[in-house]
Design a protein around this ligand. Structure first.
Ligand SMILES: *Cc1c(COP(=O)(O)O)cnc(C)c1O
Length: 463
């Protein structure tokens, strides 16, 4: 490779400063641990507080009667949009066998794939931001009060009010789905700018709900930019900014409080002797970032959160490692940002998330697409759970923590080795239940093909 210039520095200088960049450019899997992790010397910028998460949780509770009415599938949970946390012992056994190392502790999955409304983690952030907007508009223009039964927001007078406003968003797919479905249910006009990699069925589903879908031939960042420009032209347009929205972030953060209760219900203790390790697929960073922020505010040093990215889209990894956050992108290094992992096909990370969490993210690792398909098939066979490829990125984490050199060093240095057998490890299964069966069958067949090609040993293959 020629010695080209990136952000004013020669590629060789980058490699000297950050040796991992060589592997990243060659799209080899890496496991990076964050040298700033747990550093309490300098207070990072904290534009968001624990109190903000409580407010967000209270807002979601106010909307529960409305959600229950608009989405009958939420009746069981009284209008609270939540997903199950489950042990996955068969998957744990398969993973242990294949990587030849015991995956210690209890392995669980958090099945956001099965969240009501839009079947992905975006049903947290995206739905929350639409509700926040609806409440602000209603408060400004009607005499709605916090103590009202919010199911009245489904009445014609409110729909009429909301129909005067447009919500605009740029998305690789899932964010568009959650905002489109929720926005349309309340009567908003919704315009979703979709990147080139967005799936046809997602566009079709949105259009069937009356959402305007604008298709772009460029990637995610360009779709977001187009959305932002469009919204600026109209004072009754709101642009939902996946790259730096605090409302999205707060919607995701509420997940941590719900998880705390679920852990209690499963009699899982988290304390100094019983660490919690969480693996979160990362696109722009809002979803995993919000969850991490929430978890850190509850469990402090007893929880460790790792982010997972495709080898072709290591956005957050680049941003955190260099400290340049949104000023650096995978494409700057010629990394192509092409991956089957829809929600993760992001080249430039959120600066908001990176800055808030630069001392709270334990590390970031990358995964090849083939590995995602392999894990997809493995989870389907062992636990009968079907996820979209992105959602499998977290399942690679427990393997990498135990088998990579940097993973093992992390375990040693953080004094976790003797505690691992008492640890709980959670892989965040971020999406999949809305994927049409024909598409899911294709994913599974791809998993079969990859498994045959690699004889299952790919999980052992080290960068
Ligand atoms: C969006 C998404 C993510 C990651 O969330 P970000 O906020 O983009 O980091 C992970 N998995 C799936 C399935 C997603 O749709």
């Amino acid at each position: 490779m020629e010695n080209f210039n990136v952000l004013g520095k020669k590629i060789d200088e980058w490699k000297n400063e950050y040796p991992l960049i060589d592997d990243m450019i060659s799209t080899r899997e890496v496991f990076w641990t964050n040298p700033l992790y747990g550093n309490k010397q300098k207070d990072p910028s904290r534009p968001i507080t624990k109190k903000d998460i409580q407010d967000a949780e209270a807002r979601l509770a106010r909307f529960a009667p409305l959600i229950m009415k608009a989405f009958p599938e939420t009746e069981k949970s009284n209008g609270i949009i939540e997903s199950p946390l489950e042990f996955i012992p068969n998957m744990q056994k398969r993973l242990s066998e294949l990587c030849g190392v015991n995956i210690p502790g209890k392995l669980c999955a958090k099945f956001d794939s099965h969240l009501p409304i839009s079947g992905s983690i975006k049903a947290r952030g995206g739905v929350y931001e639409v509700l926040y907007l609806a409440e602000s508009i209603a408060m400004e223009h009607t005499n709605l009060s916090w103590t009202d039964d919010y199911s009245i927001l489904k009445n014609d007078s409110f729909r009429e009010l909301f129909s005067q406003y447009t919500i605009v968003v740029g998305s690789t797919g899932n964010l568009g789905l959650s905002i489109g479905i929720m926005g349309a249910a309340l009567g908003f006009r919704v315009v979703v700018h979709m990147s080139v990699d967005a799936k046809q069925w997602k566009k079709d589903m949105l259009r069937s709900k009356g959402v305007t879908v604008v298709e772009h031939t460029a990637d995610y960042s360009k779709a977001v930019e187009a959305g932002r420009k469009e919204a600026e032209k109209d004072s009754k347009s709101f642009f939902i900014d996946d790259e730096s929205s605090r409302h999205l972030f707060l919607g995701y953060a509420v997940a941590a409080k719900r998880l705390e209760r679920q852990l209690q219900n499963l009699n899982i203790v988290v304390d100094e002797e019983h660490p919690l390790i969480v693996y979160l697929p990362c696109g722009v960073g809002g979803g995993p970032g919000g969850v991490t922020f929430g978890l850190k505010s509850i469990f402090k040093d007893n929880v460790h959160c790792f982010f997972a990215e495709p080898t072709h889209s290591p956005a957050m990894l680049l941003g955190l490692m260099t400290g340049l956050h949104e000023k650096i992108a995978a494409q700057d290094f010629g990394i192509d940002n092409r991956t089957d992992a829809d929600g993760l096909a992001v080249g430039r990370p959120s600066g908001l998330v990176g800055r808030i969490l630069e001392r709270d993210i334990a590390g970031v690792y990358t995964v090849q697409d083939d590995q995602l398909y392999l894990l997809l098939k493995m989870l389907a066979d062992s636990e009968n759970k079907f996820l979209e490829p992105s959602a499998l990125a977290g399942f690679f984490g427990p393997v990498q923590l135990m088998t990579t050199q940097s993973g093992r060093e992390f375990v040693m240095e953080r004094n976790l080795l003797h505690k691992m057998s008492r640890a709980t490890q959670i892989t965040w299964a971020t999406g999949g239940s809305m994927v049409p069966k024909t598409e899911m069958d294709k994913f599974y067949r791809q998993g079969v093909a990859v498994t045959e090609k690699m004889g299952n040993s790919s999980i052992l293959r080290k960068a």
